[in-house]
Design a protein around this ligand. Structure first.
Ligand code: 4NP
Length: 171
């Protein structure tokens, strides 16, 4: 995104990306969104993390295909390790953004009601009206990881602008 309109956000904002395994889509979103946050000079004010709704890959690095596709576009996923969503996440994070409807449903089933307003599809912030889900690339060919990056880049720009335009009211 262009950064010249960016000044600051008034409170720290905590953003959590969620997919199934936390080795393909949500860590890609974490790396891409963090890159935009850093470029906008907002690294001190925006916390970025990702989780899976499933625990299949806890502690594992991201899928090597995702790491390589992201690296080709200048995004670093090397330090990310998979973890599973925990009940504390619903309290800690302000934006909890699911990659697809199945994972959004899974989050809704676990989320305390007072935090349910934080849950949304990540692509609700994107500029891709043809789809509101990031397709799972895990069982497909390499092209799926490029599709993930295209969708994630679009939605990351929209999300950062949304955060800048809508300061959180925190006490
Ligand atoms: P992700 O992709 O949810 O984007 O991380 C997947 C990773 C692993 C599996 C499924 C989806 N799995 O079945 O192990």
């Amino acid at each position: 995104m262009t950064t010249d309109s960016v000044t600051s956000v008034s409170h720290s904002v905590n953003v959590l990306f969620v997919c199934l395994g936390n080795i393909c889509r949500s860590p890609t979103a974490e790396a891409v969104f963090r890159h935009y946050v850093d470029s906008a000079g907002l690294a001190e004010q925006v916390v970025v993390d990702s989780v899976g709704t499933a625990g299949y890959h806890i502690g594992a690095p991201s899928d090597s295909r995702a790491i390589e596709a992201a690296q080709r576009r200048g995004y670093d996923m090397s330090a990310i390790r998979a973890r599973q969503v925990a009940i504390e996440d619903f309290e800690q994070f302000d934006y909890i953004l699911a990659m697809d409807k199945a994972n959004l449903q899974s989050l809704l089933a676990q989320c305390p009601e007072q935090h349910a307003h934080k849950l949304a599809l990540f692509l609700s912030h994107g500029d891709t009206p043809q789809t509101n889900e990031v397709p799972d690339p895990y069982y497909g060919d390499g092209a799926g990881f490029e599709t993930v990056l295209n969708l994630v880049e679009s939605a990351s720009q929209g999300l950062l602008q949304h955060i800048i335009d809508n300061p959180l009211q925190k006490s």
